[in-house]
Design a protein around this ligand. Sequence first.
Ligand SMILES: Cc1cc2nc3c(=O)[nH]c(=O)nc-3n(C[C@H](O)[C@H](O)[C@H](O)COP(=O)(O)OP(=O)(O)OC[C@H]3O[C@@H](n4cnc5c(N)ncnc54)[C@H](O)[C@@H]3O)c2cc1C
Length: 383
Amino acid sequence: MAPEVSLRAADIRAWLREHLTGEFAPLVGTGGPGREHEHLELRAKWERVLGAAGWIGLGWPAPYGRGATIAEQVVFFEEYARAGGPGRLSHIGEYLLAPTLIEHGTDAQRRRFLPPIASASELWCQGYSEPGAGSDLAGVRTRATLADGRWLVSGQKVWTSLAHVADWCFVLARTDPASTRKAGLSYLLVPLSQPGVTVRPIVQLTGTSEFNEVFFDEAVTDADLVVGAPGDGWRVATSTLSYERGVATLGQQLGFARELAAVVAIARANGTFDDPVVADRIADAWAGLQGLRHHALRALSATSPDPTGASVAKLLWAGWHQRLGELAMDVGGAASTVASAAPYDLTDAQLLFLFTRADTIYGGSDEIQRNIVADRVLGRVQR
Ligand SMILES: Cc1cc2nc3c(=O)[nH]c(=O)nc-3n(C[C@H](O)[C@H](O)[C@H](O)COP(=O)(O)OP(=O)(O)OC[C@H]3O[C@@H](n4cnc5c(N)ncnc54)[C@H](O)[C@@H]3O)c2cc1C
């Protein structure tokens, strides 16, 4: 049973003030986009402090979580962002795998995996994308065969966020060799600490590494660590995708507000705010952010799920954030194009600009989101 914590904003704020201090003080404001490499060990320890206090899995139903309402979870996210809480390491387990296990897992899987996600003693990553299967996820070629009561997994995943710190990976693999496309896939839970797994960080534009290549060479996992029935992995995998973002969106938007405030501060300090075109873009960014917030609140409070709401939200925030990165460079003027020290000592504005290039790709690219809107809302019939 999760520890009881008060979900009142003032109590959350007080808890964060009391705990995000001392040895954790250096974490304030760290670990965000382009800064994922910062303080990894200390952030893992911080996750365990959050877990021990009962802040992980707030929205999961009892007995694993608190069954907190969306409004209560939003308060936590907003206070966390306001306090400058560091970028999270346990969110893939908490927000993607856990709801999937609650919906599709067995009791034994829930008992085995939810408590260590809640205590942050096991961190997870998501093994979907492959060199030939990104937008076209049904092209997955990683295969798994069942032999002597174990799955043997072989293949390559790519762009796997946080695999370099994760203990486990949920892997979409082809388990029926005769199958094609969406049929014959299975959703497997695979431990990463074993000889059959190699994780290679990929250096990103920011000079840091948030994601990785992951190679499976007859990696082993137990026969019962398949979520849903073998061959039903597509259904399970797409339900995981539907949990992406969710209530975390509002905390993310407070981060956006802080970034916008930093851009405004640069523009004020160097006089670029006096340029009417810059002022126009800043005002536009501010208004766009209000729109994002209202859209997120409306989507979260909707009584019936909107099948395209997530696509619309993704399109809106990814484009907004990318334009903010461009604005951050423009208000900085020519200095923005030069790193302050060799080899790659970047300012926050430069990191923001470079990292936001990825926003319109991950979690489903802009083109794919527009395809979804075209098909499901506007009634396009593909020939
Ligand atoms: C920062 C970051 C973190 C990520 N983390 C993870 C992770 O943890 N786990 C994981 O599994 N994956 C992760 N990914 C991978 C991500 O899901 C893929 O990059 C994404 O789905 C796009 O796939 P792709 O890179 O193979 O590009 P492709 O699918 O090859 O697309 C290339 C281009 O073609 C366009 N395109 C493709 N198909 C169509 C179409 N039908 N119609 C119109 N345009 C199309 C795309 O929009 C894109 O512009 C991450 C990616 C990034 C950038």
